[in-house]
Design a protein. Structure first.
Length: 396
């Protein structure tokens, strides 16, 4: 009897362990269907000391699902498991994007958007995102755009000046009509240009780096949607007005009363968008299907189905994934306190290949941090902060 008892105990323990493992595998699959195909990512991550919390909790959709319906994690205990299920054929063609917050923005779009459904994504300064769909009217119903107002550049000044590690400053100005602007600055015999994004706006902000305030000359060139152009003379930077930016209390986010305004402008369509507070925008449409491709199915919202019963989620684009998603959880982080993001390296600086950049050359949060896990504190790319900085700032 004394021999059978340990065998019985071992058998009971084995059955219990097997049940626990099977049940654990079921829970794991429910938490993240992604691991069915991407299990190696979790396995590699768990070998590191510092693991990103969404990876540890197997909630991949927090960062990677472009259509997740969850609220900010700090506002609820459980993260929603609802997603927007879409067919593989449903792909967005982004026609215009802006990465600088503004309240009034204008985009010039091709005439073939007339009569089609457009998708507008709005990211507010408090990191809230809204997605709106609306129909573009037929081109015959649009009023033509006439512009008798010549644009003017006002209130050109600089702020956020800092020369502790690397000289940088932000230049801001306004225009009397929505414009797309280009900033040119001359320093040490070289000429550099910075150009705004796709949208035309009334308020403009561009950043310059690696300069001398006493010997750098700047000039602004602006074009409105009708092609009219205005520019300023080259002016030494330190002769421009300097202002201290004061953070204003933002109104509650929301697009109450939002209504897009369309006008015909030659062979283009002008779309004007106003938001209740400064925001970045992206306007797109479904990619056109070829004649032999099937029609698109209408998107529906439903609970996550087993992996074999649904299509792959629509992944978040790289710019959104690496520069904005982080603030869904790290909402108290002040952008730029350690290093600015969504900016280009200064002229002449060589970024080593181990520091990832966006395709347009801009730096992101993941330029300095590992996305899933690391043995370094704060999941830094290098072992220490000094090693991290001197990888690019070689004179530091």
């Amino acid at each position: 009897m004394w021999i059978k008892q340990p065998i019985f105990l071992r058998l009971s323990f084995t059955i219990t362990l097997l049940f626990f493992c099977l049940n654990s595998h079921q829970v794991q699959a429910q938490l993240s269907p992604c691991l069915t195909c991407h299990q190696e990512i979790k396995e590699i991550a768990t070998e590191q000391y510092y693991i990103h919390r969404p990876v540890q909790e197997e909630r991949c959709h927090i960062c990677h699902d472009n259509n997740t319906t969850e609220q900010l994690p700090t506002q609820q205990n459980e993260i929603s498991t609802q997603i927007i299920v879409e067919t593989d054929e449903k792909k967005m063609e982004w026609l215009a994007e802006s990465f600088v917050e503004n309240t009034h923005q204008v985009a010039l779009l091709p005439a073939d958007i007339a009569g089609t459904k457009l998708t507008l994504k709005v990211w507010y300064q408090n990191r809230h995102k809204e997605i709106t769909e609306f129909q573009c009217p037929d081109i015959e119903t649009l009023q033509p755009k006439h512009s008798a107002i010549t644009p003017a550049i006002n209130q050109l000044h600089f702020h956020d000046y800092n020369d502790l590690l690397l000289s940088r400053a932000t230049l801001s100005w306004t225009t009397t009509t929505p414009c797309q602007c280009r900033l040119t600055y001359r320093y040490t015999g070289h000429e550099y240009t910075k150009t705004e994004d796709d949208f035309y706006a009334l308020e403009h902000t561009l950043e310059i780096r690696n300069f001398s305030a006493t010997s750098t000359e700047v000039s602004v060139l602006c074009n409105d949607t009708t092609g009219q152009q205005i520019s300023t003379e080259f002016t030494t930077l330190n002769t421009l007005p300097f202002s201290t930016q004061v953070d204003e209390q933002l109104p509650p986010y929301g697009s109450e009363g939002f209504s897009p305004q369309f006008k015909q402008l030659g062979d283009l369509i002008e779309l004007s968008i106003t938001t209740t507070q400064p925001a970045t925008l992206a306007i797109g449409r479904l990619e056109q299907l070829k004649k032999d491709e099937p029609l698109l199915e209408i998107s529906t919202i439903q609970e996550i189905a087993p992996i074999e019963e649904r299509n792959h989620i629509e992944l978040t684009n790289k710019e959104q994934l690496n520069t904005k998603i982080c603030f869904k959880c790290h909402s108290n982080t002040v952008e730029g306190t350690s290093h600015p993001i969504n900016v280009l390296p200064p002229p002449g600086m060589i970024i080593p290949p181990e520091y990832p950049l966006l395709e347009n050359g801009r730096m992101t949060c993941m330029t300095c941090h590992q996305p899933h896990s690391s043995n370094n504190e704060a999941r830094l790319l290098k072992e220490g902060k000094k090693e991290l900085c001197t990888g690019c700032h070689t004179n530091y």
